[in-house]
Design a protein around this ligand. Structure first.
Ligand SMILES: *Cc1c(COP(=O)(O)O)cnc(C)c1O
Length: 360
């Protein structure tokens, strides 16, 4: 099996032993044991702290995309108006997902190297379209940007939009998330990014208003949220829960809270700054536009002249470094260094930058 000593892919990130070891313990059945329900409840509490919310938390077995789909399918019926604020692959993609389940979607779009700006244009769209849901992405991983959400949340609140849906799969834990202050109703996270757990779990906060809507919509399916509404009190989950997966999230969130969220944010910010500064010193162009906010969890840069993605990737792999390309319109144009979670490590990032400098 091919492994690389310097892994800088922006998810799934390298899993630290303390989290990996959780999977090796013997567990009972999450369906039957009260200990599982207690673990689930304690994990919810830790994830609330990471999301900055007092809302309920649902923990599901499945990758980040599960949270994205389950929140859309559980809250929308055909014809519901969705305003998708999009600055990248995930932002536009969520609009397409909502459309595919019959929603009436309006996109407020920005180019992939931008972050949310021009609040007047967004406000006009909200006022005119009167959406039932606003969607946005916090960290646009494919373009290495971080969208500011506070102002959008303020508009959501001011215009009494029922639901604010935010994908912070690649942000939560590495950058501040204030779901309550930003009026987020559905805050979506995954295990494999800043929490440094394997790619098998997802979680989301659900506001009281969102629960009301989920209840009324009554969506049924493996990815339905409704069966989770009273799962803890009834000790009845919609399928056998992954004890291992929840235990890993519990441990992962515990490691972050023990470090201190502010310290984690500083750690991510410091390695991201180092990464950007060194790349620029090497003559590599950063991808986000000058006025966009670069993400502290992932850096996107333009593939250096004289290389294609394939030749650049091969050159780096020959020296033990694996980075990521990108998707959609960014494929073949940019490469990405994921310094999130366990990979937000100064020594690791320095090693990666040394390989890049040598490869040029
Ligand atoms: C990683 C990621 C997801 C979820 O992707 P999975 O491959 O299902 O884990 C969703 N949104 C963003 C912005 C991401 O970076």
């Amino acid at each position: 099996m091919q492994t690389y000593p310097i892994a800088m892919v922006p998810g799934p990130v390298v899993v630290p032993d303390a989290i990996r070891n959780v999977y090796l313990e013997p567990y009972g059945s999450g369906d039957l044991e009260i200990e599982f329900v207690e673990l689930y409840t304690r994990t919810q509490r830790r994830l609330k702290a990471i999301f900055g919310t007092r809302d309920d938390i649902v923990i599901q077995s499945g990758e980040g995309m599960l949270a994205l789909w389950s929140a859309l399918k559980s809250c929308l019926v055909p014809g519901d108006r969705v305003l998708a604020v999009a600055t990248g692959v995930f932002g536009y993609g969520i609009g397409e997902m909502a459309q595919s389940i019959g929603a009436d979607v309006k996109i407020v779009g920005f180019s992939y190297d931008e972050t949310i700006n021009d609040m007047a244009r967004i406000e006009a769209a909200i006022a005119e379209f009167k959406p039932r849901m606003i969607t946005a992405v916090h960290c646009e991983t494919p373009s290495g940007t971080l969208n500011p959400l506070e102002e959008l949340g303020r508009l959501k609140h001011a215009y009494r939009v029922p639901l604010f849906y935010v994908d912070t799969v690649a942000g939560a834990g590495g950058v501040p998330v204030l779901a309550d202050d930003w009026h987020i109703d559905l805050c979506l996270g995954g295990s494999q990014k800043c929490l440094s757990a394997p790619p098998d779990m997802s979680f989301l906060s659900v506001s009281p208003r969102a629960w009301e809507i989920i209840d009324a919509v009554g969506y049924v399916g493996y990815d339905a949220l409704k069966p989770f509404q009273h799962a803890v009190e009834n000790r009845l989950f919609p399928y056998t829960p992954s004890w291992q997966g929840v235990a890993a999230l519990f441990t992962a969130a515990g490691l972050l809270l023990d470090e201190g969220l502010a310290n984690s944010f500083n750690r991510h910010d410091a390695v991201a700054r180092l990464c950007r500064q060194r790349l620029v010193e090497m003559g590599i162009d950063l991808f986000p536009a000058p006025k966009a906010i670069p993400s502290p969890t992932v850096t996107a840069a333009v593939i250096p002249e004289g290389f294609t993605w394939d030749t650049w990737d091969r050159r780096l792999r020959d020296h033990g470094l694996v980075v990521s390309g990108s998707y959609g319109p960014l494929a073949e144009k940019i490469f990405r260094l994921g310094h999130m979670g366990a990979q937000a490590d100064r020594a690791l990032v320095e090693q990666a930058l040394e390989v890049i400098a040598g490869a040029l």
